[in-house]
Ligand binder design. Structure first.
Ligand code: NDP
Ligand code: HSE
Length: 433
């Protein structure tokens, strides 16, 4: 095929929020894309569930419900998957690769759950596999990790990779609203799905963390390796408490390299209001990467939406078309490093602990002893009296999750502690403002 000017036919699997925009851009930018890719890119067919559904701008003659037949059609050169979920996306991608066809996908859930199998099939069949849109929508992030930083050692990836939860937390921070009210607002504006579980429980961010960790650390990481906590337990009081200490609350995906292995986790955390991630508002995404030689890098932009996500997919489509035209194949990321994924209990971080305590002499000493007994060092203390009770906020130095959990159990048993109101991790303290 090398050098020949001809059309490459694309099978589009799915024509929803993202697929519709991929189809539109392929058609509207056909002439420019032809020049950039070295071949005309033509839609050869579109697989959907409901062929009779009204789809303005889409040629009905392209629609089919037989996705399997479409991906294996001999005239199809590139398969673009935007159905989402595990099946039938997994089987369709495997069929396409078995037929030697390059695949472009935005499917983070599949890549997190079955990444090893999908990457294995790509390698075995010498098929390209590109998935820039799967993490942080339009933001070019995976290609920098996969290619630009291939000569460096990544130490940490810290980011806001879920727009829905960032919108909710931003609302809570700016308006003082509670979680339920802010979620309703996110749903009314179309950011959150009617069933918001994947976003608010952290599943979406955990899948993205899995993909980021795999690329950053050249290590196999699957969805079950990622420690995941969502934002449903965050209260307006947590946000106020963070504010009083000059911090704000964000749902972070954190991939970190330690001497003993890597930690991959998603959880809410307090970060300094001066941290670059603190000013990321609304449904935007931003990711902070720290590498040995490059130092600190920051990526920011639209993490979702049909058109921004389609932009990332078009970039991948042009890349695989260029490879196809030159007879080459893109580099398949390896997992050669095989670093152990650490259990959450071994992960080192800092904590913000809010306690409701009696306000009388001798309260601080047993609380401080509880921390000391488990080797957790206190960095900051703030107390606010409320009659005969007080809110006691303690921020720790770095400690393991296991040591903090043991400390909390001990504090809960102290008669002077009426309740452990909240425990939240603190991140990003040493980062540039
Ligand atoms: P939508 O639900 O809007 O679209 C899904 C499409 O898949 C629909 O066209 C649907 O057909 C089609 N479909 C569903 N089941 C089948 C099936 N069995 N066979 C053939 N077609 C089927 O999803 P999105 O466009 O929002 O998301 C697509 C992918 O992109 C997902 O992996 C998602 O995680 C990812 N992504 C989405 C982003 C976004 O902002 N939406 C951002 C980044 C990534 P029909 O139209 O007939 O119902
Ligand atoms: N639901 C995701 C978000 C968008 O809110 O960021 C798709 O990745």
């Amino acid at each position: 095929m090398s050098g020949a000017k001809q059309a490459l036919k694309i099978a589009l699997l799915g024509c929803g929020t993202v697929g519709t925009q991929v189809a539109r851009l392929l058609s509207e930018q056909a002439d420019d894309l032809e020049k950039r890719a070295g071949a005309r890119l033509e839609l050869g067919g579109i697989a959907v569930r409901r062929p009779g559904h009204d789809r303005p701008g889409i040629d009905p003659a392209l629609l089919t419900t037989d996705a399997e037949a479409l991906v294996t059609r001999p005239d199809i050169d590139i398969v673009v998957e935007v159905i989402g979920g595990i099946e039938p996306a997994r089987s369709l991608i495997l069929s396409a690769m078995k037929a030697g066809k390059p695949v472009v996908t935005a499917n983070k859930a599949l890549l997190a759950e079955n990444g090893e199998e999908i990457h294995g099939a790509a390698a075995e069949n010498q098929a390209d596999l590109y998935y820039e849109a799967s993490v942080a929508g339009a933001i070019p992030l995976l290609r920098p990790l996969r290619e630009s930083l291939a000569g460096d050692t990544v130490h940490r990836v810290l980011g806001i990779v879920n727009g829905t939860t960032n919108f909710i937390l931003d609302q809570m921070d700016t308006s003082g609203a509670g979680f339920a009210e802010s979620l309703e607002e996110a749903q009314a504006l179309g950011y959150a799905e009617p069933d918001p579980t994947a976003d608010v429980e952290g599943f979406d961010a955990a899948a993205k963390a899995c993909i980021l960790a795999r690329l950053a650390f050249h290590t196999e990481v699957t969805a079950s390796d990622v420690h995941r906590e969502g934002v449903t337990e965050i209260t307006a009081a947590d946000i106020v408490s963070a504010r009083k200490l000059g911090r704000t609350v964000k749902l972070l995906a954190i991939c970190e390299r330690f001497p003993s292995g890597v930690s991959v986790r998603v959880h809410p955390a307090m970060i300094p209001r001066s941290h670059p991630l603190a000013s990321v508002g609304g449904a935007y995404n931003a990711v902070f990467v720290e590498a040995e030689s490059a130092g600190q890098l920051m990526f920011y932009g639209a993490g979702a939406g049909g058109t921004p996500t389609a932009s990332a997919m078009l970039g991948d489509i042009v890349a695989v078309a260029r490879n196809r035209m030159s007879g080459a194949r893109g580099f398949e990321p390896s997992n050669y490093a095989g670093l152990p994924v650490l259990p959450m209990g071994d992960t080192l971080t800092r904590y913000h602990v809010s306690l409701d305590v009696d306000d009388r002499p001798g309260v601080l000493a047993p609380v401080a002893e509880g921390f000391a007994r488990h080797g957790v060092s206190i960095q900051q203390v703030r107390q606010a009296s409320r009659g005969n009770a007080a809110e006691l906020v303690i921020v720790t130095h770095e400690a393991t999750d296991a040591a903090l959990a043991a400390t909390i159990s001990e504090l809960q048993a102290l008669p002077i502690v009426r309740a452990v109101a909240s425990v939240m991790r603190v991140e990003g303290e040493g980062d540039p403002s």
